[in-house]
Design a protein around this ligand. Structure first.
Ligand SMILES: *[C@@H]1O[C@H](CO)[C@@H](O)[C@H](O)[C@H]1NC(C)=O
Ligand SMILES: *[C@@H]1O[C@H](CO)[C@@H](O)[C@H](O)[C@H]1NC(C)=O
Ligand SMILES: *[C@@H]1O[C@H](CO)[C@@H](O)[C@H](O)[C@H]1NC(C)=O
Length: 275
């Protein structure tokens, strides 16, 4: 209990920029410039562009490179293969982030092509790193997945899987997820999607779940968690009363934490090397 409380405080204090806190009102959200999307996460705003050091990962960027600003960095997956990644350094903890939800834009109702190559441009908005980019990371040892969520009251919880892997494009990046870490403060709601191909509106799953849930995901029948769901604002700020209560169904939900009507204001998925 004490450890969880400490963790919550620590994260609460540190996730300030693009973190939790007051949820922005719709009016505060600037028009999202779709031209900012740079699908392959390459070529823009690299913070170590002029630096010839071959950093291995975000941890290396922070400890060896002494970089402290969250942003896009070039890292070396092996001696020759480079990759642009989004490193976040909150409270001196380096994380390679592959998905973030907070701003509420751009939309996650996207095509299979978009989910494959990625969309959104961190740190200027929400983003999805792209299945083909994630596949490159897992192929180079990034098998540990940590998904952190913050609810409307500011409480922080996370779930860690010590095995995350993806099949090839030809199998629609079939999900392999397991080895639920018992330090997790969220229950295991993702194993249910194990072995499922990724589905989108234009490449629907066999049960047609995506037609009612809209976001791209590894649907089974259908899912216990939807971090790619729509980010609704009405959940925080003015808490819905009994009369105005709406069950969204396609929001950002985690079944075992607030159920599937909820819409979480903040989600982050990170990948870490296991070797
Ligand atoms: C680095 O990884 C790529 C595949 O992503 C592979 O083709 C290449 O041979 C690897 N290089 C080394 C030095 O291992
Ligand atoms: C998962 O991430 C959260 C913060 O986002 C962190 O507090 C927690 O320690 C991480 N869990 C593990 C096992 O790495
Ligand atoms: C948690 O997992 C570790 C290693 O995977 C194991 O040693 C430990 O007994 C587990 N704890 C509980 C409470 O299940």
């Amino acid at each position: 209990m004490r450890a969880i409380f400490f963790l919550a405080c620590m994260v609460a204090v540190t996730l300030v920029e693009g973190g939790r806190g007051d949820v922005p009102a719709i009016a505060d959200v600037p028009d999202y410039d779709e031209t900012l999307d740079f699908h392959s996460f390459g070529g823009k705003e690299l913070l170590n562009d002029d630096d010839s050091t071959k950093y291995r990962d975000c941890y290396d960027v922070m400890t060896r490179g002494m970089y402290q600003k969250s942003g896009l960095y070039r890292v070396y997956l092996n001696l020759t293969e480079t990759q642009t990644v989004y490193c976040e350094f909150e409270d001196n903890v380096p994380s390679l982030v592959v998905m973030k939800r907070w701003y509420g834009y751009p939309s996650f109702k996207r095509s299979f092509a978009d989910y494959t190559r990625g969309f959104g441009l961190p740190p200027h908005g929400d983003f999805w790193y792209g299945l083909s980019n994630m596949k490159k990371l897992v192929d180079h040892g990034y098998h540990i997945l940590n998904m952190t969520m913050v609810d409307c009251s500011g409480q922080v919880k996370f779930v860690v899987y010590n095995w995350f892997d993806l099949g090839p494009l030809s199998q629609r990046f079939k999900l392999f997820i397991g080895h639920y870490d018992n330090r997790s403060t969220l229950k295991d709601d993702l194993s249910y999607n194990n072995m499922m191909p990724f589905a989108t509106m234009d490449r629907p799953d066999q049960h047609g779940c995506v037609h009612s849930l809209h976001a791209g995901w590894w649907y089974n029948f259908c899912t216990l968690a939807l971090p790619t769901g729509q980010r609704y604002y009405d959940y925080c700020g003015d808490r819905p009363t009994k009369e105005t209560y709406i069950c969204h169904h396609d929001g950002i939900f985690y079944k075992d934490w607030h159920g599937n009507c909820y819409s979480m204001p903040w989600v982050r998925i990170t990948l870490t090397r296991s070797y």
